[in-house]
Design a protein around this ligand. Structure first.
Ligand code: 6PG
Length: 241
């Protein structure tokens, strides 16, 4: 695991975009393509804007294949749609090889099944697929992707994608499952803002209960990479950062 603290949210977005480009270059060089999972939320959004603005000519976008880690149960033109956000900030501006969105307009279980099939078709494997990079955020409640505290998706190990009822939000989300996230070559958490500081302390420095802090379930073999701004890192011990 590595933890990097990058000043304010702008420095964080710049550093994260740089990291994204480096991972893309490496994957394309080694395997001819870069298969990435985008996150929703405000922190990745700022990074997508940097990528569109500063990296349009610096990444071979035609070899970049884009997937999503989670989605709200709304159509793709809805303001809550993670796809819409990524599309407007990044995907409309760079010629990516392919985009695979979760179909939030379908009944959630159907959308999850359809996305699982889409993963199987793309990766042509019956095994758990291996993404090059999965971007994630963390909520102040310790959730990541749409793996929320005390929800059924946390225990699922025989599906790639599930519909996850989130009682607290009175909705259902579609989310990648823990085994898929943990199989990625790199998992990169981007976290900004003081409202995340307490959750980060629990996740990074205590033996937090994974049902209460689902982000602790994310343990890829290489260990997740964390990029934080100073406000998010405010309560962390210096040794962790
Ligand atoms: C979503 C996300 C979610 C997000 C965190 C952090 O759809 O909302 O995928 O897991 O990453 O809630 O969001 P912020 O970056 O906005 O704090």
């Amino acid at each position: 695991m590595s933890v990097r603290v990058c000043g304010g949210p702008e420095e964080l977005s710049e550093a994260a975009a740089h990291e994204f480009a480096a991972k893309a270059e490496q994957a394309i060089e080694e395997r001819g393509r870069f298969v990435v999972v985008l996150a929703g939320g405000s922190t990745p959004k700022a990074m997508y804007e940097v990528l569109a603005l500063e990296y349009a000519d610096r990444i071979d976008w035609s070899r970049v294949h884009v997937f999503f880690g989670d989605e709200r149960t709304v159509p793709p033109d809805h303001d809550d749609s993670n796809y819409k956000m990524a599309n407007e900030t990044l995907l409309e501006h760079v010629p990516v090889g392919s985009v695979h969105r979760m179909r939030g307009e379908l009944p959630p279980e159907e959308a999850a099944q359809a996305y699982e099939e889409e993963l199987r078709t793309f990766f042509r494997t019956e095994e758990v697929p291996r993404f090059d990079l999965i971007l994630l955020g963390v909520g102040g409640d310790g959730h990541t992707a749409s793996l929320f505290p005390e929800t059924s998706a946390l225990e699922i190990d025989d599906r790639l994608v599930v519909a996850n009822p989130v009682l607290r939000l009175e909705t259902t989300r579609i989310t990648l499952t823990v085994p898929v996230i943990n199989a990625a070559r790199t998992v990169l958490f981007l976290v900004a803002g003081e409202d995340k500081a307490e959750a980060l302390q629990e996740i990074l420095e205590s033996d937090a209960d994974p049902r209460a802090y689902p982000a602790t379930l994310i343990r890829p073999p290489s260990g997740p990479e964390w990029m934080l701004d100073q406000s998010a890192a405010a309560l962390l011990d210096e040794h962790s950062t």
